[in-house]
Design a protein around this ligand. Structure first.
Ligand SMILES: Cc1ncc(C[n+]2csc(CCOP(=O)(O)OP(=O)(O)O)c2C)c(N)n1
Ligand SMILES: [Mg+2]
Length: 548
């Protein structure tokens, strides 16, 4: 006879799982004991939310589901935000939670919440396991659903009495490689025709373009067609080789410098656009035509309604499209002359002697090697990093323009540091977002990670304070005090450096990396540029010209 919890863990091993993140409870003890006897490492975090952010980031960076575990009710509910993060961000993840026994009810309703129901709108699939013999099938199916396009989280609930039950041995279901269908030839012909006829074509790389599986084909497509491209925030860094064709990143929905190119284009080929992102541009009736290239058909939105679609596995479909148009596109580079003007205005004032967002991005880029990974939390600085930080290697700027939750910056950086111990990894957090999961400094120190955490200190929810001012509300309800971050870090056994002026920033970051371990760098930010650039300068230089 075989025990259900052993079967669950064997099924996870069968999927190649090598670590599980989380906080167990009483109801997981059989599973914990089975993990102890397995090849899988249990990584304890200090809040379930962080475990879910880490597992989701594992999925984002590897393409294989990350796994997290928690107990029933309170533990499971702490996974809610992480589940939504993975669902909106299209990150494959498996969530395992415990539950009281279902065959008898010895504790009445104590701690019982309908977790399966609460997870339903936050996952692709949410199921309770009611029979040990079903475990191999349910686990294989959970991984299939989590991984297949569009990827996302799957929840399995294992009640404690089922976990402890036994059954006759059941064979595991072996996973196998799955090749996705490639776009239909008619769709490719039609799109090729539109591209060949375009006077001012432009490419846009969206969130789904950053899936690890498609990186090299995407780069090839850009290099073979030579059409200039811009990216969405989550599509940043997806083309390693074609940076001389990079026109910018759309961090705002309209009227940023990159929109000069977008508005002039007569055709935009969007690759992997996921409308979960804040719109990179607003489609209008008289604007450019759109060819949508995606794993899935385009969602029809008020701001996005493509005229043609190429649906299928991105890499091979783009290869077939390039075969049809390579070397034949008469106006491929029509918009390229705008590039210099866009990028130089974006890069303006980056070396001023003040701790402005532009200076911050500039100095951070300077200490990060091309393959270094930056993981952002959510705050005002995200817009600046999305606009100004240049990437050359895929998935080296992890930002969340989907759920856009605060609190994910540190855990996602921790995951990147665990996966890539040889690379430089930095978390960039506001003083608001950092404090939402700062307890994970203990986890980072315990795991002996090499990680720099840059804390941008303005004693405020700066992003919302900015919006409040832009919308002419009174300055109210957005400020707070902070702990002394240097002593806070030291209490966790981490290092810390406070930066006092712009000249100290780059040396402090360099020293933090050189010293190794977990190192906080605290920088007071001058956010006056938010209004000066993102409101006044853009309004002046880019008067509203088009109807939305
Ligand atoms: C969990 C969560 N709560 C609230 C928000 C709304 N929100 C977005 S940015 C922001 C302010 C972030 O403050 P901070 O982390 O200090 O960064 P700053 O903008 O000050 O640089 C808030 C409250 C959110 N995105 N996520
Ligand atoms: Mg702040």
């Amino acid at each position: 006879m075989v025990k259900a919890s052993d079967l669950l863990v064997a099924a996870l091993e069968n999927e190649g799982v090598d670590r599980i993140f989380g906080i167990p409870g009483e109801e997981n003890l059989d599973v914990v004991e089975s993990i102890r006897h397995s090849s899988i490492r249990l990584i304890i975090t200090r809040h379930e939310q962080a475990a879910a952010f880490m597992a989701a980031t594992y999925g984002r960076l590897t393409g294989k589901p990350g796994v997290c575990i928690a107990t029933l009710g309170p533990g499971a509910l702490n996974f809610s935000t992480g589940a939504a993060y993975a669902l909106l961000g299209a990150m494959p993840m498996i969530i395992i939670t415990g539950q009281k026994g279902i065959l008898s009810s010895r504790q009445a309703q104590f701690q019982i919440v309908d977790v399966v129901a609460s997870m339903r709108p936050l996952t692709k699939l949410s199921r309770q396991i009611v029979s040990p013999a079903m475990i191999p099938t349910l686990v294989r199916d959970a991984f299939r659903v989590a991984q297949e396009e569009r990827p996302g989280p799957v929840h399995l609930e294992l009640p404690e009495d089922i976990a402890a039950a036994t059954c006759e041995p059941v064979p595991l279901v072996p996973p196998h490689p799955v090749e996705l269908p490639v776009a239909n030839a008619d769709a490719l012909d039609r799109a090729a025709e539109m591209i060949l006829q375009a006077k001012k074509p432009l490419l846009m790389l969206g969130a789904a373009a950053s899936r690890p599986r498609s990186t090299s084909d995407l780069a090839q497509f850009v290099l073979r067609t030579r059409i200039p491209y811009f990216t969405t925030q989550m599509g940043k860094g997806t083309v390693p080789g074609g940076s001389e064709l990079y026109m910018g990143t759309a961090a705002l929905s309209e009227r940023d410098y990159v929109h000069e190119a977008i508005e002039r284009a007569d055709l935009i080929i969007t690759i992997g656009h996921d409308t979960v992102e804040k719109p990179p541009f607003i489609m209008g009736r008289n604007g450019p035509k759109i060819v949508h290239v995606g794993y899935q058909p385009a969602h029809v939105e008020q701001v996005y309604f493509p005229q043609a679609e190429i649906i299928g596995d991105l890499g091979p479909s783009l290869r077939l499209l390039a075969d049809r148009i390579e070397g034949k596109i008469p106006h491929a580079q029509a918009l390229l002359p705008l590039r210099e003007g866009i990028l130089s205005r974006i890069a303006a004032r980056a070396t001023e002697d003040r701790l402005t967002p532009q200076r911050l991005v500039h100095d951070v880029r300077g200490v990060m090697p091309p393959d270094g990974i930056l993981a952002l939390d959510n705050g005002m600085y995200k817009i600046w990093f999305a606009r100004n930080y240049r990437t050359r290697v895929a998935n080296t700027l992890l930002l969340d323009n989907a759920l856009a939750t605060m609190g994910a910056g540190l855990p996602s950086a921790m995951m990147a540091a665990l996966l890539y111990p040889q690379r430089r990894v930095m978390a960039v957090c506001g003083d608001g977002g950092f404090m939402m999961n700062s307890q994970e400094l203990e986890t980072a120190v315990r795991l002996k990670l090499n990680l720099v955490v840059l804390i941008i200190e303005d004693h405020a929810f700066g992003m919302i304070r900015w919006k409040q001012a832009v919308d002419h509300f009174a300055d109210y309800g957005m400020t707070f005090g902070n702990p002394d971050f240097v002593r806070y870090a030291e209490a966790y056994g981490a290092q810390a450096t406070r930066v006092n002026n712009a000249a100290e920033l780059a040396p402090a970051l360099e020293a933090a990396f050189a010293g190794g371990g977990v190192h906080l760098v605290i920088v007071p930010i001058d956010y006056s540029e938010n209004k000066r650039v993102l409101v006044d300068e853009l309004a002046q230089q880019l008067p509203v010209t088009k109807e939305a």
